[in-house]
Write a protein that binds this ligand. Structure first.
Ligand SMILES: Cc1ncc(COP(=O)(O)OP(=O)(O)O)c(N)n1
Ligand SMILES: Cc1nc(C(=O)O)sc1CCOP(=O)(O)O
Ligand SMILES: [Mg+2]
Length: 218
């Protein structure tokens, strides 16, 4: 088993509408990585599989050489075709054991978890199956209005029982970095803090700077 290294510090999850279309996604990812985004996920619930593959391959090209892996949301069956580094699944998506079988042992698998019970169920499936958790929503967010806002306390409860690194998602902004670092969160996952921002490069750089200060890393 040899999975790519990954860094959850500034994890960009794309939103095609907020980026102004597929070309906007490509340009946003290009700029965000230039500014310091450490991981990228292609998330689009509307594109058909064929267009999703085309966009995914464009992102693989943009990220080649930058050392930043591309994950895809939900569509584990397209990981290989796109040449992505892995996938992220939620509690209502393909279960993690099946997802792992589909993507194979050498790719990354992220899982959404909203409670310690979700973590315990994932542990029962096997600690080698999942690589990280995405936990949210930290705050209520217009990007995903149906997401329950957990707040910092419930996020911390999930982190305490997780054997995997955890990134926070949902309304996450640079101002959250200190609180997140204090509860030993491993990174900030964002959509609107980068997508649709006037300067995605600067937005990513600001997030990374806040995270670096908050964690005391350089
Ligand atoms: C990093 C990260 N965390 C959580 C999610 C949410 O995934 P999911 O629960 O599958 O919901 P959708 O994104 O499919 O709406 C994520 N995508 N990334
Ligand atoms: C994709 C996603 N998942 C969430 C969860 O809580 O699982 S919240 C969310 C959207 C995050 O967008 P923004 O950074 O604009 O708030
Ligand atoms: Mg999903």
């Amino acid at each position: 088993m040899s999975r790519p290294d990954f860094d959850l510090s500034v994890y960009l999850v794309t939103d095609t509408d907020q980026c102004g279309g597929a070309d906007g996604v490509v340009e946003t990812v290009r700029q965000a990585v230039d500014g310091g985004a450490t991981l990228v996920q292609l998330r689009d619930h509307h594109l058909g599989d064929d267009d999703f593959v085309v966009l995914g391959r464009r992102l693989v090209d943009v990220l080649a050489g930058a050392g930043v892996p591309l994950l895809i949301d939900d569509r584990v069956h397209l990981v290989e075709t796109i040449g992505a580094a892995g996938a992220h699944v939620g509690q209502s998506d393909t279960d993690v054991a099946t997802a792992r079988r589909i993507i194979g042992p050498d790719r990354l698998l992220g899982l959404s978890a909203q409670s310690p019970e979700h973590v315990r169920a994932a542990i029962a499936a096997g600690e080698d199956i999942v690589d990280y958790l995405g936990v949210g929503a930290l705050h209520a967010t217009g990007t995903k209005p149906e997401a329950d806002d957990l707040g910092l306390r419930r996020l911390a409860e999930v982190i305490k029982v997780s054997p995997w690194p955890v990134c926070a998602i949902g309304g996450v902004k640079a101002d959250d970095a200190a609180d997140l670092a204090r509860i030993h969160c491993d990174g900030m996952s964002v959509v609107s803090a980068i997508c649709g921002q006037p300067d995605p490069r600067q937005a990513a750089a600001d997030l990374l700077a806040a995270w670096t200060v908050a964690t005391g890393r350089s």
